[in-house]
Design a protein around this ligand. Structure first.
Ligand code: IPE
Ligand code: IPE
Ligand code: MG
Length: 624
């Protein structure tokens, strides 16, 4: 069963059952039962959403009735935080304190299962009812607190990172709601980039809409890259003076938002009801951009809005489509979690990571069975990223007269050992090669065992309880659908964890990855997002599935083979290579520590003549 980390665990033996909702019978009223305070709390959330953002309110109306209160609660909470962070009549430090106090109160309320504050009351009820893991919002809430100090961005890449951190976790909660009700907004992994672009487009549309109001408060959130391209634009904007430079900056930003919002493939394969919500969001936002375009100089004094007729052209057919889609879908509602009582004191994380800490503390890694303690590794001898080719499962089994599948089973324990050992020495990135694009050549039974193992470990494995952010790398179009869904879910559930970043390569091939990145870059060039004449290595790296993955420092292969078998050719271009004779199932965390110690003894040069310390690449000579 899934663990809900920010919310209390269900009382013992509570079955993880779902109730099928007869069509047309689920309403907000029936959900809030006989609790008038809760009903009033949800009503307040609905009013707040409508007042703050009529577009979002309209979109929530496209959701099935049973989900709407949850949509209002999430949006009202986001709006409250926005308001607390944005109150220009209050000092920034005080605003930051208020955001912190609100999120800290939410953490306590989640542990208690209720709240005296109506918006938090509705949000806590939503989290328990729909089994939402609100720890994913932690980063966004920390971001809201940081925003109070003011923001400035060098380029669009920095701007997008801020937008992703602030918005994606909230939208992910909505996606989780759809998943819970049985109409998933499934995003194929390769569509995730489209999804983030879409969210960036929404954020940029919002920014352009509120440009005048923000400027009145001295706030200019466009990146320098956009402003500097048009000399004089920044000064004119700050003076709220409409000039050709300002018109050009606004025109370019509007066009960019429109491109980001035009992602027709994003909703392909999604439940039609969920797809209608996203497609309608895109259409409403584009209508909003039309209003921005049409506003001209008035943009600097008021927030433009599309006409009623323009909104109607989008919303009326959307209502018809969504009603039809939901009427054809039997929805399910999970049994809500309840707060176990009595309970001990709520543990807050002590890592200063912020307020919406996980109510149940993450476990430390179990100690080595022989009590061996981890070595202390000097910071400048510690690789940032270790990648492992876990080879030799089959031979391990054959040597013992066992079927190869037994080797894969035994290999799982070794993979856990690597995670424990990595956590114990404080490694940041560990990447494991679990199944290659070439491994499909194997016998069907062997592949089945491997996939079953992956499914089992993702759903129930001990790594779920550790401070490990899990993510996957590889193709997803050939993996079993339920495996893709499970790994997608774990990726979202653990995304705000701050310990080890564990990347598991599944149906991964380096050439496949490079080819796809090249295709993504070509698409970006065709869309006008990058100039082909200016493409550099960084541009390429940005189009890899995990652009933030650092270069591999140490590439280790077990099983007595000395080749890299299509593993991370881009990231490991300058890795130290390390080969060991033992089959993978015979390896434990001490071997990882030994590998890291060996790495610490290597002298890396990166092409330069003098010997330099292992980690640091030489200074850029700054040619030119
Ligand atoms: C590595 O072990 C695991 C996978 C490729 C899935 P092998 O299965 O390749 O083991 P050997 O190399 O045949 O012994
Ligand atoms: C590499 O091992 C792939 C994984 C460990 C998942 P293989 O055993 O498949 O590689 P080759 O066939 O020896 O190159
Ligand atoms: Mg092998």
């Amino acid at each position: 069963m899934r663990t809900i980390r920010t919310t209390p665990q269900p009382t013992t033996a509570e079955p993880d059952t779902v109730t099928r909702v007869p069509r047309g019978r689920a309403t907000a009223r029936s959900l809030t039962g006989g609790d008038p305070a809760l009903r009033e709390a949800y009503r307040l959330c609905r009013r707040t959403t409508r007042r703050h953002d009529p577009g979002i309110h309209a979109l929530i109306r496209l959701m099935p009735a049973v989900l709407r209160p949850a949509g209002w609660a999430l949006w009202a909470a986001a709006s409250v935080l926005d308001d607390l962070a944005d109150r220009r009549d209050v000092e920034p430090a005080e605003r930051a304190r208020r955001v912190e106090a609100w999120t800290e109160a939410l953490r306590r309320d989640l542990a208690a299962g209720t709240s005296t504050d109506p918006v938090r009351h509705a949000l806590v009820d939503t989290a328990l009812r729909w089994r939402l893991d609100l720890s994913g919002l932690r980063g966004a809430m920390i971001g809201a607190r940081e925003d109070t100090r003011g923001r400035s961005f060098a380029d669009w890449a920095e701007w997008r990172e801020w937008s992703n951190e602030g918005i994606v976790p909230w939208v992910d909660q909505v996606r989780h709601l759809f998943e819970q009700v049985g109409a998933p907004m499934t995003l194929r992994l390769e569509r995730r980039r489209d999804y983030e672009h879409f969210v960036n487009g929404a954020q940029l549309t919002d920014l352009l809409t509120d440009l005048g109001a923000d400027l009145a408060q001295g706030l200019l959130l466009l990146p320098h890259e956009a402003l500097d391209a048009r000399p004089g634009a920044e000064d004119d904007l700050r003076a709220r003076h409409w000039s050709p430079a300002v018109a050009a900056v606004v025109g370019e930003a509007t066009a960019l938002a429109r491109r980001w919002l035009t992602r027709p493939a994003m909703t392909r394969g999604m439940h039609p009801g969920a797809a209608t919500v996203l497609d309608t969001a895109a259409r409403l936002l584009r209508a909003q951009l039309d209003a921005v375009d049409a506003a001209g100089p008035a943009l600097l004094t008021r927030s433009p809005a599309p006409s009623l007729a323009a909104r109607g052209r989008v919303l009326v057919p959307a209502h018809v489509r969504s009603r039809l889609a939901w009427s054809l879908t039997p929805l399910s509602v999970p049994r809500p979690l309840t707060v176990p009582r009595p309970r001990g004191p709520v543990t807050s994380r002590e890592d200063g990571q912020g307020p919406v800490a996980e109510a149940t503390a993450l476990r430390p890694p179990p100690p080595h069975t022989e009590g061996v303690r981890p070595p202390r590794i000097a910071a400048d001898r510690m690789p940032a990223h270790v990648a492992i080719i876990m080879d030799g499962n089959g031979r391990w089994a054959e040597e013992r007269g066992l079927p190869r599948s037994e080797g894969h089973r035994a290999g799982t324990a070794a993979a856990y050992e690597m995670v424990y050992g990595a956590l114990e020495i404080g490694l940041r990135h560990l990447t494991l090669y679990a199944f290659s694009t070439e491994n499909w050549k194997r016998d069907g039974e062997e592949i089945k065992t491997i996939m079953e193992g992956v499914r089992r470990e993702v759903d129930e494995g001990p790594v779920r309880e550790l401070d490990v952010r899990q993510r996957w790398l590889g193709r997803c179009d050939r993996l079993p659908e339920d495996v893709v869904e499970a790994i997608d879910r774990e990726e979202r559930r653990t995304r705000s964890r701050t310990g080890l970043i564990l990347t598991v390569c599944l149906d991964y091939g380096g050439r496949d990855e490079v080819t796809r990145a090249a295709a993504a870059l070509a698409r970006a060039a065709r869309a006008g997002d990058v100039d082909p004449d200016l493409i550099g290595e960084d541009d390429f790296a940005r189009h890899l599935p995990h652009p933030d993955m650092p270069d591999v420092d140490l590439l280790w292969r077990t099983g007595d083979e000395q080749r890299t078998s299509n593993f991370l050719p881009w990231q490991a271009a300058y890795a130290e290579l390390y080969f060991t004779p033992h089959c993978w199932p015979d390896v434990d965390r001490r071997d990882l520590w030994q590998a890291v110690a060996e790495y610490g003894r290597r002298r890396r040069r990166f092409g330069a003549a003098p010997l330099i310390s292992p980690r640091r690449p030489p200074e850029d000579p700054g040619v030119g």
